[in-house]
Design a protein around this ligand. Structure first.
Ligand SMILES: CC(C)(COP(=O)(O)OP(=O)(O)OC[C@H]1O[C@@H](n2cnc3c(N)ncnc32)[C@H](O)[C@@H]1OP(=O)(O)O)[C@@H](O)C(=O)NCCC(=O)NCCS
Length: 197
């Protein structure tokens, strides 16, 4: 019996404390509960929410962190946007990142960084050129974000200029980008009851 317990302990000691995974429909309630706890009830009044409202996240860019039992302990999602236009009038496709949140009981274990790195890697693999977000520069600078990349762009609503940050995944992608961020992601399908009406 002691040998069996030892091997069970060894298995769990060797298993990673968390994994990054794609979000599934079964994760939605846990994700929303986590966000309410981490960001407070007023999270839905933010300008970023105007971009997200009624849309689905960019393909393959809704990720979660799971603990060993499979529970959601972190979340990150990215959204398709137009990041203004170039000087010659071409719309610039990009992504808006957020929200990013980690369960308070698991903060400081590298989960937020792992979610960021996995999401940025996936965005690069999928050919996206740039990512924008509104957040603490002191946290996001470590991933390469800077306010200078978003200096001529505006959110559709109030935002703090020094918290509006950009990262180019392809060099020069945001060069000359100016104007308002516009949501371009696929819309959520209408509820069944409305469709039937
Ligand atoms: C911000 C958040 C996602 C970080 O997740 P995490 O798993 O604790 O992050 P990591 O373990 O990868 O990194 C921890 C490091 O980030 C730092 N950090 C955390 N939040 C920060 C913030 N708002 N500003 C600056 N640094 C921050 C920590 O001090 C720590 O620094 P260290 O590595 O020098 O010790 C998490 O704290 C959270 O969910 N906060 C509430 C929701 C929120 O504010 N989200 C948006 C962030 S602007």
């Amino acid at each position: 019996m002691a040998a069996v317990l030892d091997s069970v302990r060894a298995f769990f000691a060797a298993a990673p404390a968390f994994v990054i995974d794609h979000e599934t429909p079964a994760d939605v309630v846990a994700r929303e509960t986590l966000l309410d706890r981490a960001m407070g009830a007023d999270r839905r009044t933010k300008s970023s929410e105007k971009i997200r409202y009624g849309r689905v996240p960019a393909e393959g860019l809704a990720l979660v962190a799971r603990d060993r039992a499979g529970h959601v302990i972190g979340t990150i999602r990215l959204w398709n946007i137009e990041a203004g236009v170039t000087r010659d009038g071409h719309a610039i496709d990009a992504l808006l990142l957020g929200p990013l949140a980690v369960d308070g009981a698991h903060e400081g274990k590298g989960i937020g960084s792992a979610l960021m790195r996995a999401a940025l890697l996936e965005a690069r693999k999928r050919g996206h050129g740039a990512v924008l977000l509104v957040g603490d520069a002191s946290y996001y600078e470590r991933f390469g974000f800077s306010a200078s990349k978003a200096q001529h762009l505006v959110m559709p609503g109030p935002f703090a200029r020094d918290r509006f940050l950009g990262l180019e995944l392809k060099a020069g992608w945001l060069e000359g980008a100016a104007g308002m961020i516009v949501a371009t992601g696929r819309k959520l399908s209408q509820p069944r009851s409305i469709r039937a009406a």
